[in-house]
Ligand binder design. Sequence first.
Ligand code: ADP
Ligand code: MG
Length: 567
Amino acid sequence: MAIIGIDLGTTNSLACTWQNGRCVIIPNRFGKELTPSAVSIDEDGTLYIGAIAKERLITHPDDSIALFKRTMGSNQIYTLQGKQYTSEELSSFVIRQLVDDAKAYLQEEIEEAIISVPAYFNDAQRSATKQAGALAGIKVERLINEPSAAALFARSNQDEECFLIFDFGGGTLDISIVECFEQIISILAVSGDNHLGGSDFDHAIADAFCEENDLFFEDLSPQEERMLLRQCEEMKITLSQKEEVTNQITFKERIYSFTLSSRKLIMRAPDLFERLLTPIHKALHDAGRTPHDLDQIIMVGGSSKMPTVKSYLEMKLERTILNHNECERIVAMGIGMYAGIKQRAQDIKDLILTDICPFTLGINIHNESDPNNPYMHAIIERNSPLPSSVEHNFYTIHDDQKAVDIKIFQGESMYANHNLLLGKTEVKVKQGKAGEYPIKVRFTYDINGILDVDILDTGSQNKETLLITPAHTTMSEAEIEKARKALEKLKFHPREEDQNKLILSRLERLFEESTMEQREYIITLHKQFEAVLEKQDRIQIEVYRKKFEAIVDTLERELHPYQPTYH
Ligand code: ADP
Ligand code: MG
């Protein structure tokens, strides 16, 4: 029985485990480390996850979805083939596939998964992530902050180190300041921007392309948008190897020549670069550090591979940053180590991880100028070390007031109602003059995200206790079981046929990205491979699959000459 770590990303997900004293990234059914966090369902209700779903985002945009992690824990509904799904459900498909692939690779049952989440996910988002695990039928006891995982992996053997973890993915930027002292790893501060990522650069490039060719991005159909964005992303990725790149962009059956350079990208999207700095300064400020107090800045996430991002940070922070070639794997490697800690593996058992509260917890207080819009009064401040226990006094506002309504909120807004409501209660108080007796409210918040609220009216000695667990807003076990059964009825595309399906899906996507002449060739290939599959001869299929894979790879290189490897 193995414990695996899952980096459940907005764009890509990875699985990792601790084996024989080291982290092992678990390759998926296609032999790749990254599984795109994408889901697609076809007309007969067959479910595709990962690489095939990513191809189908282009060819079947209405039946395919990505980036759903952005709405984790919200009420957002996605419709696929007329059925509705939440972000938790879609994420559960990705988790299920990673677990299946891990089971096949490790040749053993998976006992438990540890999943990483962005540091500033609130309670609702964390509960939703755990629920996604439950819906996938896997035990998820512990979540780990993505930057904590990165720090765990990146630390060296020095006694004392302070890092800034810069995690720049497809849709989010996470910053954290981490201190390692002997065997203890503590997070001093976290900050971030969950609407800033690699896809914003893809959009900026697409805008530049449209502007140069008198096209309007807003006028494109969703499918045209995705096709263009995909080609722009490819060009952006090429810029990590070349200063300038010229590509033939096939679009609306025409071929456009388009040149992109790092310099042009900076000129086109200066705001995206500037926005990188805000959370960095916020986190440094919260931790009471300057860039020069840091032993290292660790760049994590696919977008950290952009040379312009690194040089921009070096210039603005006035210091050098070490190059890490493993940007995309660092979080997964850290969770793999954490899996080792949880398994009590001999080699790393005496490591201690501490955590911080990534958001403010408080209660509502009266707002004289607008009584319907109460203020938020912080009790446990953002970035407090955990566990944490804090008490504040509050007072009645009217003479002879009989009771006070106490609502518990999480979030950074000045107004209580703009934050996330975690629970509420009414406390009877001793009648008297306004503000005569203090009402003591104590918050105790532990490392598993359980909040204990103790309220004492000192006038009457009335006590009220509230226990808020992370799953408070979500489904009961019976409901999860029912939902899991319903999801299990969906037909998962047979694992052993996925490699064949991926070849067909890539051909379908290449068809859309190419013009007349090539299209005929692609159709012929597609028909030929389908004919091979129809014969159902396993050995023959195996032989032809290899051949077709090579042909499709070549075709891909011809169409997109600078693309170094295919994911
Ligand atoms: P997430 O954590 O959001 O799932 P990843 O860390 O996998 O995402 O990063 C995905 C993003 O990284 C995508 O926007 C992708 O375009 C970008 N990316 C991957 N490789 C490169 C590269 N070599 N240069 C620039 N961007 C890259
Ligand atoms: Mg990530």
